[in-house]
Design a protein around this ligand. Structure first.
Ligand SMILES: Cc1cc2nc3c(=O)[nH]c(=O)nc-3n(C[C@H](O)[C@H](O)[C@H](O)COP(=O)(O)OP(=O)(O)OC[C@H]3O[C@@H](n4cnc5c(N)ncnc54)[C@H](O)[C@@H]3O)c2cc1C
Length: 427
């Protein structure tokens, strides 16, 4: 005996809730069910943004906004014209959640507490008449077509994890909002969808290098990173990325590292996170400009007796890093500027503007983490988030091959695609 629902949503995360709430609000009395396998829903929202939940980003121009998505930019352009960060802010504010924008554009609840967001979503779902099952895992989905029916019915097998009981549910409107869950992706493959393989995005770089030793915590406000291919050439599809760079105990982090990891996610996975990296610590200066500055300083008579390592030249470069870079360029502690050879000067210019480091692995960025990969985007109609292969099957959030840079863009993908799916589920 199967129980019929008007819409079933697999996954009680950000995308699933957003879709369910819209479907419930716009279709009073409809039987909308969220099935969530975890003990409590919205688990990632709770731990997001270091527990503060970076809800979205203050970027209100869809054309500019898509530039923050290494995968999914073209597909999201249309959906963002109808639901974008300004709509997200309005959505939460009309439900009593006040948001604030930080200097770098990230938007958080004023409470700095992710619970504010999860409470709002749970209350809104309840008011919209949405039923939520937790500790209920969707095990399989099959389609049933009868006679001349254009769209199939979906039969979802669900196991209640606490009791171990299994039951079958039926619907004509099924939304996969299952994030990067591999079992759910396997179900979708079984239904005929193509799944781009999942690999991590938004991570830090492990680099063991004497030039970085003991410098954890130091940062430069604007650096440029370029990933190198095995032949030493730059990886042009990823490079260059620019922004603040942070030295950690394990290597490099900070916005520019995360950005490089996101754009290079697939390629870095292919090379097993082992490749060369060029760092320009003094961007926007080029090697030639740096060399000119070094030569000018060396040739100034009042500097000739100064020790290079003890007198950093570039204001924004931490003094200890400068000292290590001079050593790496072969300039000893006892040398004066006047004694620095042309070759050492050139090496120092290279160290500063194009220092080569070896990435030996990836580290974790605690505040945000996503995977790239998921349902292939050309198999989805982005006006409704409906499958182009199976009518009545919908997608929202990270289950799609979409991922954004850090800063609230990943939730914005969940809100936007969830909102569109929610509007179409029962249309
Ligand atoms: C530590 C961390 C911090 C983050 N911080 C931020 C941030 O501050 N800002 C930002 O924009 N992004 C952030 N992200 C990314 C963001 O959390 C995700 O992009 C977003 O949660 C994706 O939402 P979703 O609903 O698509 O998927 P998910 O949140 O992954 O939800 C999917 C849900 O489906 C359930 N599920 C899966 N399979 C089944 C099944 N078979 N049956 C039943 N249920 C199932 C899962 O248990 C899960 O609850 C962070 C991610 C992490 C890991």
């Amino acid at each position: 005996m199967t129980t019929p629902y008007d819409a079933i949503i697999l996954g009680g995360g950000a995308a699933g809730f957003f879709a369910a709430i819209r479907a419930g609000e716009e279709n009073p009395g409809a039987r909308v069910l969220i099935i969530e396998k975890a003990r409590r829903p919205l688990g990632k929202v709770l731990i997001s943004g270091g527990g503060r939940c970076n809800v979205t980003h203050a970027c209100f121009d869809p054309a500019q906004l898509v530039g923050y998505y290494p995968r999914g930019a073209a597909a999201l352009r249309g959906p963002f014209t109808r639901f974008q960060p300004a709509d997200t802010v309005r959505w939460f504010e009309t439900r009593g959640v006040t948001l604030k924008t930080e200097e770098d554009g990230r938007i958080f609840p004023v409470t700095d507490n992710a619970l504010t967001i999860t409470n709002c979503l749970e209350e809104s779902a309840q008011k919209a008449g949405v039923t939520l099952w937790t500790q209920a895992a969707a095990l399989s989905v099959k389609t049933v077509s009868e006679g001349t029916e254009r769209a199939p019915r979906f039969v979802v097998a669900v196991r209640k994890t606490e009791s171990g009981l299994e039951e079958e549910l039926e619907t004509r409107s099924l939304l996969f909002a299952t994030g990067s869950d591999s079992n759910a992706q396997a179900m979708l493959s079984g239904l005929g969808h193509t799944i781009e393989p999942h690999v991590p995005s938004l991570f830090t770089f492990n680099i063991q290098d004497p030039r970085l030793e003991g410098l954890a915590g130091l940062s430069v406000p604007l650096a440029e990173l370029r990933l190198l291919q095995a032949d030493g050439g730059a990886k042009t599809s990823v490079n260059p990325q620019r922004g603040p760079l942070l030295i950690t105990h394990w290597g490099l982090s900070g916005p520019v590292t995360l950005r490089t990891s996101a754009w290079g996610a697939r390629w870095l996975h292919e090379c097993q996170y082992q490749t060369g990296l060029l760092v320009n610590w003094v961007y926007p200066l080029t090697t030639e400009k740096v060399l000119e500055a070094l030569q000018g300083y060396k040739n100034t008579p009042t500097n000739s007796r100064k020790k290079p390592g003890a007198h950093p030249l570039f204001d924004l470069l931490p003094a200890r890093l400068w000292k290590y870079l001079t050593e790496a360029a072969g300039i000893s502690e006892t040398q004066n500027w006047a004694d620095v050879s042309k070759a050492s000067l050139r090496r120092l210019a290279d160290e500063l503007s194009a220092g080569r480091y070896e990435i030996s692995g990836k580290g974790q960025f605690k505040d945000e983490f996503v995977t790239c990969g998921g349902v292939r985007l050309d198999e989805v109609d982005f006006k409704t988030m409906q499958s182009k292969k199976i009518p009545g099957l919908f997608f929202a959030g990270e289950v799609l091959d979409i991922d954004g840079l850090t800063g609230g863009f990943n939730f914005q993908n969940a809100w936007t695609t969830g909102w569109h799916a929610g509007g179409a589920l029962l249309a």
